[in-house]
Design a protein around this ligand. Structure first.
Ligand code: F6R
Length: 608
C-alpha cells in the first residue's frame, strides 16, 4: 500500500529518495511526495500520478540536502491530490511527516488542534500528526514525536523531519512496518526492504510501539515509554536481481518464469528422499503441539487464501486432520472454540495484511497454536506467530501474486507430507510424493515453454467481457486463482467456480459469447469434468480446456486446449496455474493494461 523511504547521510538525498520511491511503485499508489532539509529549511513537493510526474515537478535543479523523507500514497481518506499526498507539513512548514496506516481518532484530534489555531490543508487523517508534533515541539524532535504518539489511536509507520533538527529523522511504528538500513555514514528507513536493497543489506527491524532517532550512520531505538532497546543488525539475503526486470517486459512475466526455481527453493533442504519425509525446521519447536492438534485452521486473503484452499485438499488427502480454511476478513465474525489443540496457520506473502494481523492476535489471545507461512522475512506475521515457515521466494514485485502462490502451495504440500508420514502415509507413498515434488521444477519449465501457444489463445479471447473458470478437487482452487488473476490484471469479469456447482446457477450465463476455462487434467474427476464441458458445448459456449498432453478426446471437445505435462493427480495445480497465469498476462497485455500495477490495487493491504 503506501510506501515510505527516509535518508540521512553524506550524499545528496533527493536522487536517493526518488529512486527509493521507484522501488516502492510496485506496492500501488496514486500520488507521491518528498521533503528535503536544506539549510534549516524544509523543501517539499508533491504530485498526483507517477513518480516521473513528481521528478518532472522537481525539474533539473535538485535541492542539495543530505536528509529527507518521501512517500507513495494510496488514497484512503481524501481523493488523490497534491494536498492529500504526503509529506504533510505543520502550520509553519517546519515539521514534515510521512505516514502509513490509519489514525482512528483524527477527527477529534483535528478539532482540538483547530481550536488551538492550527490550519489544516488536506482532508487526510495523517496531517494531524504534523500538527500534533508541532504542538509538542520544544526543540527536541524525538520528544515531540513521542508525546504526540501517546495521543494517537490507530496504526502508523511514520518518518518525521524538522527544520530545527535537520541532521535527524525520527521514525516510529505501530502496526505498519518500518525497516532501518545502515551503511557507513548513512542511515535509511523504509516500509519495505525493496527500497533499501540497492544501498544496503544490513537492516534492523523496528517493532510495534518503538521510536527510533536516526542520525547519519547511527540509530537509537526506544519504546514509547522511553525504555532503550537493543536491536541487532541482520543481513538481508534477497538479491537485487529480484527487484529488476532482467529483460522481461513486466515483473509479472518475470516472476511467472521464476517459478521453477522458486519451487526448487521452497523444497530445498526440506526433503529426505530415502525416508519419504519432509523436514520443516521452522515448526520443530512446536512439533508436539502440532502433531497432537485436533484441527487445523488455515487463514489468509486473496491469492494466499486460494493457496490455503488447495492446502486443505492436500493435507486432508495425506492425513486424518480436519482442515478448515477461512478468509481472514470473515474469520473474526465466526464463533469458534479455539483451544490449545487447535492450530492456526496464517498464510501471507507480505506478512503485513491487516486482516491477518487481527486474526493472529485473536488466535494467540485464545491460546491456540499460531503458525505463519510468510515470504517477507521479519514481517509482523513472522514475528507474532509461535512458529513458522518462510517461502524464500525473494521479493515479489508484481502486484498480482504468482511465484509466491506456487511457493505457498509447495510448502503446504510439504506440511501434508510431514504430517501424513506421522500418520497413515506409507514409506512408498512418501517416497513417491518426494519424487513428484522433485520433478516439479523440470515439468514447470516444460509448461513455461508452451507460453507462445497460450499467447495465441489469449489473443483470441482478449475482447470478451466475461469468463467462467471451472475445476474440481485439486483444480478447484486453481480455477478460483486463475479467475482472480484474470480480473486483477486484465479487468475482465472472471468468476471461478467448483464445476459441480455449474448446474446450480452459472450455466444460465453460458452462450456463444461467454467462454469457460475448464481445468480437466486426466485425474479422478476427469469424467465429471468432461460431462461439464459437454453441457457447455451443447449450449454453444466456447471452451478453453487445460488438460493432460496427448488427450485427443479433450482436444476434440474443446475449442482451445492448453496441454500440461503428465504428473501425479495431486501435483497438476503447479502446472495448470502457470497456464492460467500466462493466459491472464497475455490477455492483459493485449488489452493494454498496466500489468504490474493494476488500477486500485496495492501489494500489501495494511488497512481492514
Ligand atoms: C492477488 C494478490 C492478493 C494477495 C492478498 C493477500 O494477486 O496478490 O490477493 O494475495 O492481498 O496478501 P498477503 O499474502 O500479503 O497477505
Amino acid at each position: 500500500m503506501c510506501g515510505i523511504i527516509c535518508y540521512l547521510g553524506d550524499r545528496p538525498s533527493l536522487p536517493i529518495l526518488l529512486n527509493g520511491l521507484r522501488r516502492l511503485e510496485y506496492r500501488g499508489y496514486d500520488s507521491s511526495g518528498v521533503a528535503v532539509a536544506v539549510n534549516e529549511k524544509i523543501h517539499c513537493r508533491k504530485a498526483v500520478g507517477k513518480i516521473s510526474d513528481l521528478a518532472g515537478l522537481l525539474g533539473d535543479k535538485p535541492w542539495t540536502g543530505w536528509g529527507g523523507i518521501a512517500h507513495t500514497r494510496w488514497a484512503t481518506h481524501g481523493v488523490p491530490s497534491p494536498e492529500n499526498a504526503h509529506p504533510h507539513g505543520d502550520c509553519r512548514d517546519r515539521i514534515f511527516v510521512v505516514h502509513n496506516g490509519i489514525i482512528e481518532n483524527y477527527r477529534q484530534l483535528r478539532e482540538e488542534l483547530r481550536d488551538k489555531g492550527h490550519r489544516f490543508r488536506s482532508s487526510t487523517d495523517s496531517e494531524v500528526l504534523a500538527h500534533l508534533i508541532e504542538e509538542y515541539y520544544r526543540g527536541d524532535l524525538e520528544d515531540a514525536v513521542n508525546s504526540a504518539l501517546q495521543r494517537v489511536d490507530g496504526t502508523y509507520g511514520i518518518g518525521v523531519i524538522s527544520a530545527g533538527n535537520p541532521s535527524q529523522i525520527v521514525v516510529a511504528r505501530l502496526g505498519s512496518p518500518l525497516i532501518l538500513g545502515i551503511r557507513d555514514r548513512e542511515i535509511f528507513a523504509a516500509s519495505d526492504a525493496a527500497a533499501l536493497m540497492s544501498h544496503t543489506r544490513e537492516v534492523a527491524y523496528l517493532h510495534d510501539g518503538e521510536v527510533a532517532l536516526l542520525k547519519p550512520g547511527s540509530y537509537r531505538i526506544r519504546t514509547l515509554s522511553g525504555m532503550p532497546m537493543n536491536r541487532s543488525v541482520q543481513t538481508l539475503d534477497w538479491d537485487m536481481s529480484s527487484a529488476e526486470k532482467r529483460g522481461y517486459p513486466h515483473f509479472m512475466l518475470k516472476e511467472v518464469h521464476e517459478q521453477p526455481e522458486v519451487v526448487g527453493e521452497a523444497i530445498r533442504g526440506r526433503l529426505i528422499e530415502a525416508e519419504g519425509l519432509a523436514k520443516l525446521g521452522g515448526v520443530e519447536r512446536v512439533w508436539s503441539r502440532l502433531r497432537n492438534m485436533r484441527r487445523l485452521i488455515i487463514l489468509a486473503c486473496g491469492t494466499s487464501y486460494y493457496a490455503g484452499l488447495l492446502g486443505r485438499y492436500v493435507i486432508e488427502s495425506c492425513t486424518n486432520y480436519p482442515v478448515d480454511v477461512d478468509l481472514a476478513s470473515e474469520f473474526q465474525y465466526r464463533k469458534l472454540n479455539l483451544q490449545a489443540r487447535t492450530a492456526v496457520l496464517a498464510i501471507s506473502q507480505s506478512g503485513e495484511t491487516a486482516d491477518i494481523l487481527a486474526v493472529v492476535r485473536e488466535v494467540k489471545r485464545r491460546g491456540a497454536l499460531s503458525l505463519g507461512l510468510v515470504n517477507v522475512v521479519g514481517s509482523t506475521v513472522a514475528r507474532l506467530t509461535d512458529a513458522g515457515i518462510y517461502n524464500h521466494a525473494g521479493p515479489e514485485i508484481s502486484v498480482a501474486s504468482t511465484k509466491v502462490f506456487v511457493s505457498q502451495i509447495a510448502i503446504l504440500y510439504l506440511v501434508g507430507l510431514l504430517l501424513g508420514r506421522h500418520q497413515q502415509m506409507s514409506l512408498s507413498e512418501g517416497q513417491e510424493f518426494v519424487h513428484e515434488l522433485r520433478a516439479l521444477p523440470g515439468r514447470m519449465r516444460s509448461m513455461l515453454a508452451r507460453a507462445p501457444a497460450i499467447e495465441e489463445i489469449a489473443r483470441r479471447y482478449a475482447r470478451h467481457r466475461n469468463l467462467l473458470y471451472l475445476g474440481r478437487r485439486f483444480s478447484y482452487p486453481v480455477a478460483m486463482e486463475g479467475a482472480l488473476k484474470m480480473k486483477e490484471v486484465s479487468y475482465l469479469h472472471a468468476e471461478g467456480y467448483a464445476a459441480g456447482e455449474m448446474k446450480h446457477g452459472p450455466l444460465a450465463l453460458v452462450d456463444e459469447s461467454f467462454p469457460t476455462v475448464c481445468l480437466a487434467p486426466r485425474d479422478s474427476v476427469y469424467r465429471k469434468m468432461i460431462g461439464n464441458i459437454q453441457e457447455i458445448k451443447s449450449r454453444k459456449g466456447p471452451v478453453i480446456a487445460v488438460g493432460t498432453e496427448g488427450d485427443t478426446h479433450l482436444a476434440e471437445l474443446a475449442d482451445d486446449l492448453i496441454e500440461i505435462p503428465q504428473c501425479g493427480e495431486m501435483f497438476t495445480p503447479f502446472l495448470s496455474v502457470i497456464a492460467l497465469q500466462l493466459l491472464a498476462y497475455y490477455v492483459a497485455r493485449e488489452r493494454g493494461c498496466d500489468i504490474d500495477r493494476p488500477r486500485n490495487l496495492a501489494k500489501s493491504v495494511t488497512v481492514q
